[in-house]
Design a protein around this ligand. Structure first.
Ligand code: PLP
Length: 472
């Protein structure tokens, strides 16, 4: 009987697959020898493979180009990156290098944009989309940039925002309006709290936006919380939104763009199958059909893919430091870090990531649970998140076992509070950036060492705080 881990994987999945393959007993990801990286940097370890970001942007752009050609679509496509998915400078640098513009969600996001302007990374040629609910500071920051001549496009979330912006802005300004989507049937509420309801959009335009000259309505935006899925719900919401676009276009000649938001799903299992070309082809085809029925020119399409842009660049590694056998059936492999703090979505929304051992693939396997180091009983990863039971090479004290969680590049660092006070004071892991140069050589550099005890004691007020890096 075949009982090796490699046999289990080959019987269950089509393996080697995509970015995963083996070198002997060890896992290779995106042609990166993971065991060498772990040998150099230790665990727990968070890595970001920078090249992946550009690859993803190219992939989406190619899908839209293909769909536009297939459907004879006459608008243009523009890729925006939703900064909240991962704000770190090394990500934003990759994204800007690809000629991608940014979408922001808060006042502080715009302060980051101002710094990028100071550094010449963002110019007056760039477009900045400002989404989200806008408090006074966000309104002030938008106004300051618009008045200086930057192409900052506030996406109106509620009617009061337009009055507040009017107070600050004194030059012509392009705006968008966000449509509040109806939530999926399983949700606790009917309509998203973000945006303006379908039925209120036309009256809002007639009463306000259409009657003044300062604000020019250019775009309609919608974002479906459950993401882009091949479901009746998604297609229904898309159709409703495009229909409102068409109704509004008949009244508002400056309107020429539809922003379809983010929501392209990411791979969470080796079995994952999502055909990006098919979905984008369908979206483009349906937008075109509805516009044709309404005899309205098809809009330019913007997207704000966040997870899709960054998830696949991230991986997180742990070592199994001990196995606890709590009864005849339950074996707990304890990792040298925490799920709750390092991969908070596993705990908060039972999110599943691709999880694979990094070494010992030729060894026998066993069924285990994975336990984090905090003393919180919810700090675990098991079949609830993983959908299936977790199997790993059999634990042995005489050789190390490493495991990796893949596609962890979106949201985890910020939701986990990078560098802050962590649950049970389990430190943030070391973070390494990896880049393949044009000549094929791979370089890595430490972005942040493992969080120190001193830093935590500073934050907790036991040691003096560090001076802020930038004043003003
Ligand atoms: C307005 C808006 N755009 C884009 C995104 C990015 O979504 P995703 O990370 O699923 O691509 C979000 C995520 O919440 C969002 O609220």
């Amino acid at each position: 009987m075949k009982t090796r881990y490699i046999d289990l994987i080959e019987q269950t999945f089509d393996f080697p697959k995509d970015e995963f393959k083996l070198n002997g007993d060890d896992l290779v990801w995106n042609d990166l020898p993971l065991m060498d990286i772990i040998a150099r940097h230790g665990t727990p370890l968070r890595i970001t493979y920078l090249n992946k970001i550009g690859e993803k942007i190219d992939q989406a752009r190619a899908s839209f180009a293909k769909a536009f050609a297939e459907h004879g679509y006459s608008g243009a496509y523009k890729y925006f990156y939703c900064t909240k998915s991962n704000h770190f400078s090394y990500i934003i640098d990759q994204v800007i290098d690809k000629g991608v513009d940014l979408e922001t969600s808060s006042a502080y996001d715009l302060e980051m944009i101002e710094l990028l302007i100071e550094r010449g990374r963002i110019t007056k040629e760039s477009t900045i989309l400002c989404n989200g609910f806008k408090d006074d500071r966000y309104i002030q920051n938008i106004g300051r940039l618009v008045n200086k001549g930057y192409h900052v496009v506030p996406i109106i979330d509620n009617m009061a925002e337009i009055y507040a912006l009017d107070e600050i802005i004194n030059v012509p300004c392009d705006i968008g309006i966000r449509i509040a989507a109806e939530e999926a049937p399983k949700f606790e509420f009917y309509t998203s709290r973000l945006g303006i309801g379908y039925k209120d959009i036309i009256p809002f335009y007639m009463r306000n936006v259409g009657r003044q000259r300062k604000f020019r309505l250019k775009m309609m935006h919608f974002f479906i919380n459950t993401g882009i899925t091949d479901t009746a719900y998604y297609w229904n919401e898309l159709s409703k939104c495009v229909s409102v676009y068409c109704d509004l276009k008949k009244l508002c000649p400056t309107l020429d763009t539809l922003d379809i938001g983010g929501g392209l799903p990411i791979k969470n299992s080796l079995n994952f199958s999502f055909d990006v070309d098919y979905m984008i082809g369908e979206i483009v085809g349906r937008i075109k059909d509805i516009c044709e029925e309404n005899q309205v020119a098809e809009p330019h399409i913007f997207s704000e893919f966040g997870s899709f842009t960054v998830s696949d660049s991230g991986a997180t590694f742990f070592r199994i430091i001990h196995q606890k056998k709590q009864n005849e059936k339950e074996r707990w492999n304890m990792i040298d870090g925490s799920f709750m703090t390092t991969l908070p979505d596993t705990w908060a929304i039972s999110k599943r990531f691709i999880m694979l051992p990094v070494n010992n693939w030729e060894d026998e396997y066993e069924r285990v649970f994975l336990g984090g180091m905090t003393c919180d009983s919810d700090d675990y990863y098991n079949s609830e998140q993983h959908v299936n039971a977790i199997y790993l090479p059999r634990y042995r004290e005489d050789r190390p076992q490493y495991l990796g969680f893949f596609n962890t590049g979106a949201y985890q660092d910020t939701l986990g509070g990078f560098g802050g006070i962590q649950h049970c004071l389990i430190p943030k892991p070391k973070h390494v950036l990896i880049e393949r140069k044009p000549d094929g050589t791979v370089e890595d550099r430490v972005f942040a060492p493992q969080q120190s005890a001193e830093r935590m004691l500073q934050l907790l007020g036991y040691l003096p705080q560090e001076e802020p890096v930038r004043k003003g």
